[in-house]
Each structure stands twice: as structure tokens, then as C-alpha cells.
Design a protein around this ligand. Structure first.
Ligand SMILES: [Zn+2]
Length: 300
């Protein structure tokens, strides 16, 4: 039988090779401080001003002996690259799928490789701030750092729209039904127990013929618009003016809306028109606001 010009049979297989090696003086010292002190150390070359983690006894740039020049690092860092492990193999530290990332610890110039937990695979991104979570039970290996999880030294806060992102015409709303409980709680907050809000029999004698909410109650519904939607988290309100147009009755559903009408270039403030409507689309109140949009938090 000839095998010329015929497909060859390929049998695929995998070899698992158990092995061990001596971590060496440098590697041992590194692992011991993680195990016993929960501290991650690196070696620094003063000449090159570089910190190596995992540590190496010789500087990779100038070949100086730096084996005694230990520096302590923070247990936090930044993801510089990552992959998602989806295949299963013996000896994996955790069950796939999991994220294996390059993490540059704060104060280090080289990354270490470790596992990231606590982030959905779809949300994983380069630049993520992470911190080390140490294992409860030691194995005297790098797995004494159990994993890294999100949460650097500065929390990631999603601020609202900055001055530059805001455009005239952008608008946002918040809607809520005003209940008797809301009115009663608001009376407690403000100290305004006026019987026109509290006492139905008294209220029958007023021009409204029934109890109405405090004017400031529907008015306050603009706060979630400015502070949480437009411009959003980080906004500072400088001025809010309101003109009341119609009463808010118990059970009314009020929609507070803010719209950007002017950008004040010099101050980097924005002016907004405000309106409050009820479920019948009647105008309950209208006004204006002057706000400072969020500015990025200073780096720590
Ligand atoms: Zn060097």
C-alpha cells in the first residue's frame, strides 16, 4: 500500500508534565512575604529607577546585582492586558471560564500575571484598577494571593455630563406620584403642618376644596433630575427659581423636567429651563436653574 498523496492520520493528544523547581533565594523571599506578611515586594534597580515584580536578582537593563534592594509595593494595581481562559485542563487554579490578567502593581514597572474575579467577562477592560485578595489558607505559592478584584485606591465613580458633553436641547425627567404619606412626611421635614395640607375638613373651605401638597414637595422632584440625570452625579446647583402655576393634589403624578437652554462659556456653567407637569399634562410649575456641571475628581 502506498501512502503517496494521501491524507495522513493525525492523532491529537496532550501531555501533562508534573514538575517542581526551587524558587531560589529571590523567589522564596517574595513568596514568604506574601504568605507571612501579606505584602508584595519587588526588587529595585536604583541606577535604572525600575522596580521589578516578580522580583529578579539582576537588573534586566544594566545587569547590576539588585538582589538585596527590596521595596514594598501596594497591594493594588492596574490591568494592562488580559485573556479569558475557556478550556479546561488539569492543574488550573480555578474552573474556567476565568480571567487571567497582566497586572502592574502600583509602584512597579513590570506586570505580574494573576486571576481576576468579581468582574463580568463582558465588563473586563484594560485599565481596570484592582487589588489583591489574599488566600485564607496558604499553599506557599503565588496562589497565596487568591485573586485580584476590582477596587483600586480610588473608587471609579461615574460622574454625569461634563460641561463639554452638554448640549443645548438635552433634557431629562423624573416622575413620581405624590401620596398622602409623602405630604405628611414632608410636613415633618419642613415643620409646615398647615391644615390645608393636613386637615381635609379645613381644606374644603379653601379655594382648592380639598387638601393639596406643599409647593416645595413637587418642586423637590427636580433634584433627582439635576443631581442624578442631567447633568448628573457631581452637579452643583447654584440657583433654582420656581413659579407655581397649579396645585398638586394627593394622588397626582408629577413629572419634573430639566432642559439645557444655555452654556455660559466663561464660567463653564449651564442654564436650564425647568417645568413640572401632572398626569393631565397641566403645567404645575415652571422655572430656571443655574448649575455647575460635574468636573472630574482630582487624581489621588
Ligand atoms: Zn538597572
Amino acid at each position: 500500500m502506498s501512502t503517496d498523496n494521501q491524507d495522513s492520520f493525525i492523532v491529537e493528544g496532550k501531555l501533562a508534565l508534573p514538575y517542581q523547581y526551587f524558587a531560589g533565594e529571590t523567589g522564596s523571599s517574595f513568596l514568604i512575604s506574601i504568605r507571612d506578611e501579606k505584602k508584595i515586594k519587588g526588587l529595585k534597580c536604583e541606577k535604572c529607577d525600575k522596580v521589578f515584580v516578580p522580583p529578579r536578582s539582576t537588573c534586566e537593563r544594566c545587569f547590576s546585582d539588585i538582589s538585596k534592594n527590596w521595596v514594598e509595593l501596594k497591594n493594588s494595581g492596574t490591568v494592562t492586558g488580559f485573556t479569558v481562559i475557556r478550556y479546561e485542563e488539569p492543574y488550573q487554579p480555578v474552573k474556567p471560564p476565568y480571567i487571567l490578567a497582566q497586572i502592574k502593581l502600583d509602584g512597579s514597572d513590570t506586570p505580574i500575571t494573576h486571576i481576576i474575579k468579581g468582574v463580568p467577562l463582558s465588563k473586563m477592560e484594560v485599565g481596570l484598577k484592582v487589588k489583591a485578595v489574599f488566600a485564607k489558607k496558604s499553599t506557599s505559592t503565588i496562589m497565596d494571593i487568591d485573586h485580584f478584584r476590582p477596587g483600586g485606591s480610588k473608587p471609579k465613580i461615574e460622574l454625569g455630563y461634563s460641561y463639554d458633553e452638554l448640549e443645548v436641547g438635552m433634557s431629562a425627567s423624573f416622575t413620581k406620584t405624590i401620596s398622602e404619606t409623602d405630604v405628611y412626611l414632608f410636613a415633618g421635614i419642613s415643620g409646615d403642618f398647615n391644615p390645608m395640607h393636613m386637615n381635609e375638613e379645613f381644606a374644603k373651605m379653601t379655594p382648592f376644596g380639598t387638601r393639596i401638597a406643599h409647593g416645595a414637595l413637587p418642586q423637590s422632584l427636580i433634584a433627582p433630575v439635576l443631581g442624578m440625570k442631567l447633568p448628573g452625579l457631581g452637579t452643583v446647583a447654584l440657583e433654582i427659581t420656581v413659579r407655581f402655576k397649579a396645585p398638586t393634589y394627593f394622588g397626582d403624578t408629577i413629572t419634573a423636567t430639566g432642559e439645557i437652554i444655555e452654556k455660559l462659556e466663561k464660567k463653564r456653567w449651564v442654564r436650564m429651563s425647568l417645568n413640572w407637569t401632572n398626569q393631565k399634562d397641566e403645567l404645575v410649575a415652571e422655572g430656571f436653574a443655574l448649575v455647575i456641571p460635574p468636573t472630574p475628581l482630582p487624581e489621588k
